[in-house]
Design a protein around this ligand. Structure first.
Ligand code: BDP
Length: 727
């Protein structure tokens, strides 16, 4: 198997025959219009029943439920049947069905051996109910049940960072590791959009309701007529799956693309220009979800160019979208990397930027603006505190931006199951006004008594048959959708369900994938950069592989502030950059002091000697050494654990996964040695356990008899054992 069916393989269930009597033999889908999600639900249910249980259930598409028209001649249920539809099409009172309270997108599932009902307030909800029902069946759960499920958050989007490309090439995907774009080719929307159908199906199955199609570093040629027509075709594909499409916008488009003399957000001609474009889009794509904007960040144009506020920038778009019910997602990833090139200026802290830029604007945003905030104040690092900006927006809805694409987390070459990390972030209590304020309730709006805002994840699926670049990485997409719907799912339950659906019901397979997955984030953090020092990945080239030295003194401001005797970024109010003071008082007080800062964020908030004792009793430098060795040792066990599954999972998936895990095992050693040697070299403090720099059993390639190879000295030195490599 190539992985293309993801978790929707609907593999035959062992012993399926004995369940057949209690499963629906007939499906009533209460919408006969092919582009409707309820129609899709009918088709999907039939496919699932056939594939999992070998049951050929006929689907009858009707506008409202009418048993009499059915081929069984009004005989309600000599055989078991299923009804899927909205509460408008199914008269619950007439059928004496008591439906619990449902909100938009929520569903009611009532499963009995005779009759199964999948009812919802809107069409999208009915489709989600159908997928949930199939999710149960595919895991062998045919039990009766009756429950309602409502989404925790209204916004459950994915962001694709797809480029348009040019010169006869495929659109690449920024920070995408699963092949080229499924949407764009040679500067236009592709003719063949087959994969988009499949992607829509996968996304809908975990409750995603919106997708931004193009890179946040956006290209305005998307507004060309030919592309608008292409986008219309893409919208038509997503619509039957209840997913609305949207676009990233380039702030200076009125000038750089439209030929105006300005892109000032309060200029009348600019406002008109955006209104015209938006009207045109809605004329073609009536359910267009809205725009996403990366403005005044990393060289992108924005309102700050004209000394306008970020609210002026966001509202410009919000007002064009408002008449159509569209949403303006405005990213909080705003900072000026050029002003951060002062390594000695202790105040120049990129972590401070978002709160500084948004200060005082909370009441200034229109009501269809959502601020999309990366989970941490820097940039998708392996460990970051929750962004304090979440505590500064009370009137404006927020969405947390997560990254399924593992940009700093091994780029799909390393298995890193991120649900545990996301759960920790979502459960974090910001203590706003000294009241419980878990991040999950802030983004869902619950903390403020509203149902607005939610989740966005940078996914970057591509044309590779595994979608993301490796089989195991898809568990992150599954977990993302499920958590955005209900953040109380446990990481373990999610990975178990995903494994059964993706690989097998076999106990050994489920246990092994859970063990590897649950250990993977802690292991990656251990060997790549711990104690809150961030991922010590090469910050200047590709964000992959170890290069701790590259973290300091660069214009992107992701510093460790390491020197000969101390390390860490002092972000206290009393002595450092003041970042800790951006949190509500209880949290600020915790991070202000070394004693109350959790070890795993110590170096994020404090600059301490390498000999500083942690709560564990170890010194910082010894913790570094131990953690790097521990993490790399855990990565070695992934290979042997997986090897035991030979013959228990599909051979292609087995081989491809094994080769990634072997690579990871090796690369974790590279990480371990690079980082350990780098800090040994800086601090001159030996590893008390005698490992660092002492590779007794290692044969150095440069010491061998070389035939056809020459040795060369590597820069940075820590990238190769003893600084030497051969080529
Ligand atoms: C960084 C990525 C860069 C993105 C940027 C963003 O390296 O490619 O453009 O974030 O989120 O992590 O805008």
């Amino acid at each position: 198997e190539t992985g293309i069916d993801a978790w929707l393989r609907y593999a035959p269930y062992p012993g399926a025959e004995k369940h057949a009597a209690a499963l629906p033999h007939k499906i009533y889908a209460l919408n006969a219009t092919k582009s409707s999600p309820v129609y899709t639900a009918g088709t999907e249910l039939a496919l699932g029943l056939k594939s999992i249980f070998g049951l050929a259930a006929a689907v009858e598409y009707q506008q409202t439920l009418d048993y009499s028209s059915s081929s069984e001649g009004g005989c309600l249920g000599r055989k078991s049947h299923l009804v899927v539809g909205t509460l408008d099409a199914f008269d619950a009172a007439e059928h004496k069905v008591k439906v619990p309270e449902l909100i938009e997108d929520g569903y009611f599932l009532d499963i009995t051996p005779k009759r199964t009902l999948i009812l919802a307030k809107n069409e999208r909800g009915a489709l989600y109910g159908a997928f949930e029902y199939l999710n149960r069946l595919a895991q062998g759960n045919v039990k009766s049940a009756s429950f309602a499920s409502n989404p925790d958050a209204a916004v459950r989007w994915v962001n694709q960072w797809d480029n348009m490309a040019s010169g006869g090439t495929h659109g690449s995907i920024e920070r995408g590791y699963g092949g080229v774009s499924m949407f764009f080719w040679n500067g236009v929307v592709r003719e063949d959009l087959d994969r988009v159908h499949q992607y829509a199906r996968i996304l809908a199955s975990v409750g995603i309701n919106g997708i931004i199609l193009n890179n946040v570093n956006a290209n305005a040629t998307l507004f060309d007529d030919i592309n608008l027509r292409g986008l219309q075709r893409i919208g038509d594909i997503f619509r039957p799956y209840g997913i609305r499409i949207g676009l990233s916008v380039r702030f200076d488009a009125p000038q750089s693309y439209g030929g105006l003399s300005t892109f000032d957000p309060i200029d009348a001609s600019v406002i008109k220009w955006w209104h015209d474009i938006t009207d045109k889009i809605y004329h073609m794509i009536p359910d267009f979800v809205g725009y996403l904007s990366k403005a005044s960040s990393e060289g992108q144009p924005g309102p700050l160019t004209y000394n306008r506020t970020l609210a002026d920038g966001a509202n410009l778009f919000a007002r064009t979208l408002k008449p159509y019910g569209g949403t303006m997602m405005f990213r909080a990833f705003v900072y000026d990397h050029r002003s951060l090139n002062q390594t000695l200026d202790w105040k120049a802290d990129r972590a401070n930027a978002a709160v500084n830029f948004f200060e005082g604007l909370d009441s200034k945003f229109d009501d269809n603006v959502v601020i999309q905030i990366k989970y941490g104040p820097i940039d998708f690092q392996v460990r970051e505190p929750v962004s304090p900006l979440f505590a500064h927006l009370r009137e404006t809805p927020a969405a947390v931006e997560l990254q399924v694409s593992q940009e700093y987390l091994g780029q799909q070459m390393h298995v890193v199951y991120m649900a545990p990390m996301w759960k920790e972030l979502l459960d974090f209590d910001l203590r706003i006004d000294s009241k419980p304020s878990q991040l999950r309730d802030v983004v869902s709006g619950k903390r403020w008594g509203r149902h607005q805002g939610g989740y966005a994840a940078v996914v970057n699926a591509g044309l590779n048959s595994t979608w993301l670049g490796s089989h195991l990485s898809l568990s992150n997409l599954y977990a993302y959708g499920k958590l955005a719907w209900d953040p109380s799912h446990t990481s373990e339950d999610l990975i178990d369900a995903w494994t059964r659906l993706t690989f097998s019901h076999d106990r050994a397979v489920v246990d092994t994938v859970r063990t590897i997955s649950m250990q993977s984030w802690p292991a990656y953090e251990d060997y790549s950069g711990n104690l809150g020092v961030q991922t010590l990945a090469d910050i200047l080239n590709g964000h992959y592989g170890p290069n701790p030295g590259s973290q300091d003194g660069n214009p992107w401001g992701q510093w460790t502030r390491a020197d000969g005797d101390s390390i860490g970024m002092d972000r206290t109010v009393s002595n450092g950059t003041g970042f800790a003071g951006q949190y509500p008082p209880e949290v600020a007080a915790m991070y202000e002091k070394v004693e109350t800062t959790p070890d795993n964020l110590l170096l994020w908030f404090h600059h301490v000697p390498y000999t500083q004792r942690l709560k564990s009793g170890l010194t910082v430098i010894q913790h570094f050494y131990d953690a790097h060795y521990r993490g790399a040792a855990v990565a070695q066990t992934f290979v042997t654990a997986w090897e035991k599954l030979k013959g228990k999972v599909d051979a292609t998936q087995y081989d491809e996964t094994l080769s990634r895990l072997v690579y990871q095992a090796g690369h974790s050693l590279v990480w371990r040695d690079s980082v350990s040697n780098f800090y040994f070299n800086k601090s001159s403090i030996a590893d008390t356990r005698g490992r660092v720099g002492n590779y007794k059993y290692r044969v150095e390639a440069e010491d061998m008899q070389l035939s056809g190879y020459v040795k060369y000295q590597v820069k940075p030195f820590e990238s190769a054992s003893k600084g030497w490599a051969i080529v």
